[in-house]
Design a protein around this ligand. Structure first.
Ligand code: E4P
Length: 214
């Protein structure tokens, strides 16, 4: 399973690249708005530090506008993925960008039906939103498990990139379902990494060692 960072904070990305735990990045307009820098500047900085796909979402919602922004962003580097909303204009843009050999993802996917169409349309990545499905009273990781099953039956090339991850248990349930990629905020990774028994074990080992020397 690959792990992407769900952030536009280049320092967080650098830190997790150094830990060997960042295979790629997802951003969205809300995440980029927090950073303050213009999209091109922020994405260029990220694309330099990550040796993997970097997802950037055009702001335009009409086909011509999407293609114009997609061309500008795809010039930043070979690892740029154009992240498009799961609407007809997004699907149409996937077809055009595929011909131009530009990688695409279809985002804001909330059902196996949408995921099936996204894969059929030829997107490289399909992005179901786990946490937001939970927010709506359904079971996000179960939706992703069903998507995985469909993709395996038909051997779709599209990778399932689960996003809107809120807890370590989301990650574990997704890993159990065999998801290709999870995109996780730093806060969730930090919680996954830590265990009180690890800290207590380190403290005890040091105390015992120091006793021996005195
Ligand atoms: C990333 O691709 C998504 O835009 C992001 O994970 C959404 O997360 P949220 O539902 O916590 O805003």
């Amino acid at each position: 399973m690959q792990i992407y960072l769900d952030t536009a904070d280049v320092n967080e990305i650098k830190e997790y690249v150094e830990l060997g735990l960042c295979d790629g990045v997802t951003t969205n307009p809300s995440i980029l708005a927090k950073g303050g820098a213009d999209i091109r500047t922020a994405i260029s900085a990220i694309a330099k530090v990550v040796n993997g796909p970097v997802n950037v979402e055009p702001i335009a919602l009409d086909y011509d506008g999407i293609i114009k922004e997609a061309e500008e962003y795809s010039n930043i580097g070979k690892n740029i993925v154009i992240k498009l909303p799961m609407i007809k204009e997004g699907l149409k843009a996937v077809a055009t960008l595929k011909k131009r050999k530009i990688m695409t993802s279809l985002t804001l996917v909330f059902s196996p039906a949408q995921a099936l169409l996204a894969a059929k349309a030829g997107a490289d990545f399909v992005i179901p939103f786990v946490g937001r499905v939970d927010d709506g009273g359904a079971y996000g990781t179960e939706m992703v498990a069903q998507i995985m099953q469909i993709f395996q039956i038909y051997q779709f090339k599209a990778k399932v990139l689960a996003a809107s991850i809120r807890t370590p248990m989301h990650v574990i349930e997704l890993a159990s379902a065999g998801v290709d990629i999870v995109s996780v905020p730093k806060s969730v990774l930090e919680t996954m990494l830590k265990h009180p028994y690890t800290d207590a074990g380190i403290k005890k080992f040091l105390e015992d060692w120091n006793k021996k020397k005195t």
